[in-house]
Design a protein around this ligand. Structure first.
Ligand SMILES: Cc1cc2nc3c(=O)[nH]c(=O)nc-3n(C[C@H](O)[C@H](O)[C@H](O)COP(=O)(O)OP(=O)(O)OC[C@H]3O[C@@H](n4cnc5c(N)ncnc54)[C@H](O)[C@@H]3O)c2cc1C
Length: 505
């Protein structure tokens, strides 16, 4: 049996990609996923169905936790969770559904990927959503994924207070954060209805499972891509302790920002020196595989609550999107509020200043050629002075909002950073560098770009440079992470790459 397309990884990008490809009955599609499958939503484990989001370090078979180094100043490792189930990380995330900014895509296009200008990606974003609140040119009411915003009347008191504090500070109200260039303060759009997190397996695969041209295999771990000369011809898969080979005309790696570069490198595709160190024969030298590891560094200001009873709602999420002072990259910062942040074993309120458009990038490398070995992850957070300066300003702004008349009665003592850490620019810098954490938005490790870009791994049609029959489609192909939470963009990538594959002769 030779499939037309084999998709590796059924996550945010892979599930929609396989489902869309299988709309053509003449195209046979095999979707391989390492994690389990829950075709019956009633049987979905509680963690995947209703979580707020899965916290780093959570021990569960549906979560991979890789240890990572934030930067040389932070000694404690960061744990980077990702989803291991049909639906991928969309089964464990916070279900925030935000489109990337117009500036993101106009940069991607300017870097040699004109297919990814905002105008060209918008139809794919529209195809995803069934917006339950808004209509008009920038929304769709008929896509597979429901999107809504929690109305202000249901917001928890300290989120309402944060909202008021932002308005008092002069930021504008933004009821629809998915409009192009929306900024100011508003509710996160979420793909969560009645408390159920709608992941991409539910939204896309459940509508396609009956198709005879779509084969879905769970608990199938792909060890490597099989190459004949410069053509990918199939994959080697481990399932229930046995090794199989399956063949396809086209192989698409949608194993995520960690999984896809690791899969390429295990297959002999990557930086020659690193592959040699790992004892892997280089089949195709591609220096960019694993480089350009992007993410959103976060610095959290933490307060004790003033004893207000909060509703235990999972979705009352509000955030502020703004541009740092003196910045020429619009919407490069955000501040959000989490009132269940656990600090010293007790719930606290955290205001998170998030750098949405960082200059710095890190690197993913292998620790072994073994398929079960974790990667080595170096993020290099805030080593660029401009990145650090914007986060420092974000921490000051978060404190100003929290201690403003609209909000201060909700919160008791600030526990981090404390007054000593706030005493000078140097002490605050040190606190930020030692405590910076992750926004959980790893991307960019198989960067898209023209062949003249030495770090580009795929071209703008997601084809691996220098090889035939091999593509990558997931968070790893973003040239830079979009300046918002990236799940909607990963789904859009799945949609867009399905167009490329279907349009080819
Ligand atoms: C805790 C957390 C909260 C988040 N919250 C949000 C949010 O609210 N909103 C938002 O926009 N973003 C959020 N994100 C980020 C977002 O969910 C991810 O960026 C996105 O899901 C990544 O999609 P992907 O398709 O690239 O990879 P994934 O969705 O991770 O899919 C990769 C799939 O490939 C499988 N796989 C990997 N290797 C192999 C292999 N060798 N063989 C077979 N299968 C394999 C994996 O099991 C997985 O199912 C969050 C992330 C985390 C970790």
């Amino acid at each position: 049996m030779r499939y037309d397309v084999i998709v590796v990884g059924a996550g945010s990008a892979g599930a929609p990609l396989a489902a869309r490809l299988s709309e053509d009955p003449s195209c046979s599609v095999l979707l391989l996923e390492d994690g389990p499958d829950y075709p019956n939503v009633e049987r979905l484990p509680e963690l995947l169905a209703r979580g707020y989001h899965v916290m780093a370090g959570y021990q569960d078979p549906h979560v991979r936790n890789y240890a990572a180094r934030a930067n040389p100043q932070k000694t404690e490792p960061m744990l980077m969770p990702s989803g291991r189930a049909m639906g991928g990380t969309s089964t464990i995330n916070s279900s925030i559904f935000l489109r990337g900014a117009t500036h993101d895509f106009d940069s991607w296009a300017a870097w040699g990927n004109p297919e990814w200008s905002y105008r060209r990606v918008l139809p794919c974003y529209l195809r995803i959503e069934r917006d339950l609140d808004f209509d008009g040119d920038f929304h769709n009411k008929e896509g597979p994924l429901p999107v809504r915003r929690v109305p202000q009347t249901e917001w928890e008191p300290n989120l309402r207070a944060f909202y008021r504090a932002c308005l008092d500070r002069g930021f504008s109200e933004s009821p629809d954060m998915n409009l192009p260039d929306a900024a100011g303060v508003g509710a996160y759009p979420v793909s969560n209805v009645g408390g159920l997190r709608v992941n991409t397996a539910m939204a896309y695969l459940d509508l396609a499972r009956h198709r005879l041209n779509l084969t879905i295999r769970s608990n199938a771990l792909v060890r490597r891509v099989l190459l004949e000369g410069n053509r990918a011809v199939g994959v080697e898969v481990i399932s229930d302790g046995q090794t199989f080979r399956v063949y396809g005309h086209e192989i698409v790696c949608s194993a995520g920002a960690f999984g896809s570069p690791m899969l390429l490198m295990r297959s002999g595709i990557g930086p020659d020196d690193h592959l040699t160190d790992m004892g892997i024969e280089t089949k195709h030298h591609l220096p960019g595989v694993g480089r350009n590891l992007r993410n959103h560094p976060v610095s959290g200001v933490i307060y004790r609550d003033a004893g207000m009873k909060q509703k235990d709602s999972v979705l009352s999420l509000v955030f502020l999107r703004y541009t740092a002072a003196g910045s020429d990259t619009p919407h490069d910062m955000s501040i959000s509020v989490d009132n269940r942040w656990v600090f010293d074993g007790a719930p606290h309120t955290r205001l998170s200043a998030c750098l949405e458009y960082a200059r710095g990038a890190g690197r993913l490398t292998l620790t072994s050629a073994d398929v079960s070995a974790p990667p080595h992850l170096e993020y290099n957070y805030l080593q660029d002075p401009w990145d650090l300066a914007r986060v420092r300003e974000g921490v000051h702004l978060a404190i100003e909002l929290a201690e403003s008349p609209a909000m201060k009665h909700m919160l008791a003592q600030r526990v981090a950073p404390n007054d000593q850490e706030m005493a000078s620019e140097d002490s605050l810098n040190q606190w930020i560098l030692e405590n910076v954490t992750t926004g959980h938005h790893s991307s960019g490790t198989c960067k898209m770009g023209p062949h003249t870009d030495p770090l580009a791994v795929v071209d703008q049609y997601s084809r691996v440079h220098g090889l035939e029959g091999l593509r990558v489609a997931d968070a790893s192909i973003m040239p830079d992470v979009v300046r918002v939470n990236p799940n909607a963009t990963c789904i859009m990538i799945g949609e867009k790459v399905s167009d490329f594959i279907r349009q080819q002769p």
